[in-house]
Design a protein. Structure first.
Length: 511
């Protein structure tokens, strides 16, 4: 199949052509088109040669069309179409593959423990119970739980970066990246101050009424002002929605509100352009903020350089055995969120560094012999000796690395709001539970309207919402309540012991 309007094809266009059993000629010029053109040529399901657009001539174009009309090309394209038909719907297969990868049973199940057809979004603290938004809302409404007893459920934690492959390039990359960040912070000072100075000058001209925008909108301002015949109309003008044509999320700005601002064509607290800073206060203050922001960015990259370098070296030693084919290297640890977690991860990494390094002397040769036979024994011994050196080093460095990262994360939480995203998600889950209850009530009212009968007492007791409430309260057994109460008591005791110590430390520090 040759499309006269578009001979350069990507994955989708190539797939639909082959699905119809039509020979294809592709003239690639961008993206993945060269790959698919080579696949067509290799399968002989169209043109045998691949010519980019710049190298395409009339003779080559004619030759490609003739090759597409050959019986062999039609036969190969038809065989590919038959294989595509046997595979079925690609989108449906992709969805099925996605669903097959979901964990729907066991300890890591995504299902709610009460409503198995709903996804669990909450974990009950100190228990293994997982609740959906509906189940959690019902339990809180019936005073079986409080929202403080629930934490967001994290079904799968992905490690998006496993670290450098070895310590030398890892440390070098961190140094280069730190200096690049520092240089970027200094250049940011020039860019932000230049942009803010232009905004300040534009604001000054706008206040004086000498701007082009002011001249254009002046007749409309006068007309709009003369239309305001009552105080109520003048008061309502400031409440109208506003728009910002600079691309920022500012409300709509009307001509009347422009007049109300004494001719200023933009709100004082809005962003004047699409830049990263806003114009607040006098010019020296704005420019000083720009300088401070850039210097802080550079200073931060330099201050964090030792910790980032230690982390890169630790992960480099940890991942180095993979360079020579060691398959026993464990997955990297998750992100450190606090000091306690950092200490826990540090101890765990130290233990496994010693354990894997020692046991690898036997495990790695055993694995290699099973895979390659007796010829894999020398390689396995060498790999085991390498792991005996590298893995304990990584575990020892991890004691300092993960502990320092945990301390930094705790300090950052204390001085910065790092839990904002989690709070947004919690609010969304709360709203989801309310919406689920409203949906059950709406479903009951619709059924009652269809029956055209007022709800009786038996209907209310057997309604969808009441059935859900009964199911949740039945599942929430006395054993669960007792376990939660014991955990609450233990937590209160630990806090009561911790608070006097903290108060004594505070008094000693003040003294």
């Amino acid at each position: 199949m040759l499309d006269a309007n578009k001979t350069n094809r990507g994955a989708g266009t190539t797939a639909i052509g082959l699905k119809l059993g039509k020979p294809t000629m592709i003239v690639p010029f961008f993206g993945d088109q060269p790959f698919w053109a080579n696949m067509i040529a290799r399968a002989e399901a169209g043109a045998r040669q691949v010519y980019p657009l710049k190298k395409l001539t009339v003779e080559r174009f004619a030759t490609g069309i003739k090759q597409c009309l050959e019986p062999v090309s039609k036969q190969n394209a038809q065989s590919i179409a038959e294989s595509i038909a046997l595979e079925g719907d690609g989108a449906e297969n992709a969805v099925d593959s996605f669903h097959c990868g979901l964990e729907l049973s066991g300890k890591s199940s995504l299902r709610c423990d009460v409503f198995e057809d709903r996804v669990a979004v909450w974990d009950v603290k100190h228990t293994d119970i997982k609740l959906s938004a509906l189940a959690a809302d019902i339990l809180v409404e019936n005073k079986q739980l409080t929202w403080d007893d629930l934490e967001l459920s994290r079904h799968k934690k992905w490690a998006d970066f496993s670290g450098p492959g070895e310590p030398i390039t890892g440390a070098g990359g961190v140094v280069v990246g730190a200096f690049q960040e520092a240089l970027h912070g200094m250049t940011e000072i020039h860019d932000s101050t230049k942009a803010d100075w232009k905004r300040i000058e534009r604001r000054r001209r706008s206040k004086k009424g000498n701007s082009v925008a002011g001249g254009i909108t002046l007749p409309g301002q006068i007309a709009q002002r003369t239309r305001a015949t009552s105080k109520d109309e003048d008061d309502n003008e400031d409440d109208r929605v506003q728009v910002n044509l600079t691309g920022e999320a500012e409300p709509i700005r009307t001509v009347s509100s422009i007049v109300a601002d004494n001719g200023n064509s933009r709100p004082q607290n809005a962003r004047m352009d699409t830049g990263t800073s806003t114009v607040h206060g006098p010019a020296p203050v704005v420019l000083a903020k720009d300088v401070g922001r850039g210097v802080g960015h550079s200073f931060k990259s330099v201050v964090l350089l030792p910790m980032d370098m230690l982390n890169a070296i630790t992960l480099g030693f940890r991942n180095a055995p993979r360079l020579y084919g060691d398959k026993t290297v464990r997955p990297p640890p998750q992100n450190v969120r606090g000091f306690r977690q950092g200490v826990k991860i540090a101890g765990k990494e130290y233990f496994f560094g010693l354990y894997d390094g020692t046991t690898g002397l036997v495990r790695i040769p055993y694995i290699d012999v099973n895979e390659d036979g007796i010829s894999g024994l020398p390689k396995g011994v060498v790999r085991g000796l390498g792991g005996l050196v590298l893995k304990p080093v990584a575990g020892t460095l991890g004691l300092v690395n993960y502990t320092s990262k945990g301390a930094y994360a705790s300090l950052r939480k204390r001085f910065r709001d790092t839990e904002k995203t989690d709070r947004w998600i919690r609010r969304a889950r709360l709203a989801q539970g309310t919406a689920d209850i409203r949906e059950l009530r709406d479903q009951e009212s619709k059924e009652q309207k269809v029956q055209r009968q007022p709800p009786t007492r038996s209907d209310r007791e057997g309604g969808h919402l009441e059935q859900a409430r009964s199911r949740v309260l039945t599942r929430w057994s006395s054993a669960d309540r007792q376990l939660l109460e014991e955990a609450r008591t233990k937590e209160r005791r630990s806090m009561s012991v911790l608070h006097p110590r903290m108060s004594r430390l505070g008094k000693a520090a003040r003294a």
